[in-house]
Design a protein around this ligand. Structure first.
Ligand SMILES: Cc1ncc(COP(=O)(O)O)c(C=O)c1O
Length: 331
């Protein structure tokens, strides 16, 4: 199977903001994009994106999961990056239309169609390091994907990083390319030096998130995760899993979690940990690496509660359980 996000539908939806208004959406070839070499995004990283999925149900219908949440976050990222304001209704229509165009290519479960809305500053102005791009472009790219972590019984190894942050504290809730670039060096180092799969950023002992997913600690019937603030990405999957956990009668604690508490709880035999994200869904964490020592989470294996929560989310996405929160949009 091709690596996640490397296969694309041949066309995408695109729209341009000229400083006054958005152009009508067009469907264009997805294999190239013409930009001025002085475009603001290429120099000052005025870019944000989203990631959401469309699922094929057994009756052949196609449903998009929590599109309203992703649209909200896309609009918020654009605003916090001082990009032109998006027109949410028009953006939503672009998503619906392009997914409809390629609906016969939406894979069967456990696959799905990954949707990547992207918005960036296009103004050719290399002197604008300290001012925003007045023009911009947004497009909706589609990539059919399989099961990201079809790993079976494998669990992730995470390095706890207390000295560095993933990105600047005021940028965490923005889904912007620069944040991923900022996290790359520590992640590559942790992979090379410690055979870690990811870094769990815990600046000054505050357990935040990994490079591309949120972190959840599951201790018995309690799920513990950092309360929302602007320092990390407010994952749609995080919110969905917490909602499902509450529905199942579990206790959900959104509060500060320190590295000390995490290691103390991880030592209990029934403790579990997982990463949540659109791509990761809910992926079990088996080992924490801290100051040169390795700490298994619980028994180090795949936790039963993690599997149960992941299945409950998949069942809603795949139309096998009631969508009681109205998370699915039909195309
Ligand atoms: C840094 C980061 N945190 C968290 C998440 C999870 O967000 P979501 O569940 O909306 O995909 C992502 C994206 O998947 C991410 O890139």
């Amino acid at each position: 199977m091709a690596a996640f996000g490397t296969v694309f539908m041949p066309e995408m939806a695109i729209s341009w903001f000229d400083g006054n208004s958005w152009s009508d959406a067009e469907v264009v070839s997805s294999d190239s994009l013409q930009l001025h070499p002085g475009a603001h995004v290429l120099h000052y990283s005025s870019t944000c994106f989203e990631g959401l999925k469309a699922f094929r149900h057994e009756d052949g219908s196609i449903k998009i999961f929590r599109m309203d949440r992703n649209l909200e976050r896309f609009a918020q990222s654009s605003q916090l990056l001082a990009l032109p304001e998006i027109d949410k209704a028009a953006t939503q229509k672009m998503i619906l239309d392009i997914v409809t165009r390629f609906k016969s290519d939406v894979p069967e479960p456990p696959g799905s169609m990954y949707i990547r809305p992207t918005h960036f500053g296009t103004e050719p102005a290399i002197g604008k390091a300290a001012s925003p791009s007045l023009t911009s472009c947004q497009y909706m790219l589609l990539s059919p994907v399989g099961d990201y972590f079809s790993g079976g019984d494998t669990t992730l190894r995470l390095l706890l990083e207390e000295n560095g942050a993933r990105c600047a504290a005021h940028m965490g809730m923005i889904k912007s390319g620069g944040n991923y670039a900022s996290a790359l060096r520590p992640i590559m180092q942790a992979k090379a030096d410690l055979n870690a799969d990811q870094v769990l950023f815990c600046p000054d002992g505050d357990v935040q998130e990994t490079g591309a997913a949120n972190f959840l600690l599951i201790d018995g019937d309690e799920v513990i995760t950092k309360a929302l603030d602007e320092s990390f990405l407010h994952g749609v999957t995080r919110d969905s899993i917490l909602t499902i956990a509450r529905d199942l009668g579990m206790k959900v604690s959104e509060r500060q979690l320190t590295v000390d508490e995490l290691l103390e709880r991880a030592a209990k035999p029934n403790c579990e940990a997982a990463l949540s994200g659109t791509a990761a869904v809910l992926t079990p964490v088996g080992t924490l690496i801290h100051n040169g020592k390795e700490y298994p989470v619980g028994n180090g294996g795949v936790g039963a509660t993690t599997v149960k929560l992941r299945q409950a989310l998949n069942d809603i996405q795949w139309g096998k359980a009631e969508d009681k929160h109205g998370w699915l949009t039909s195309i």
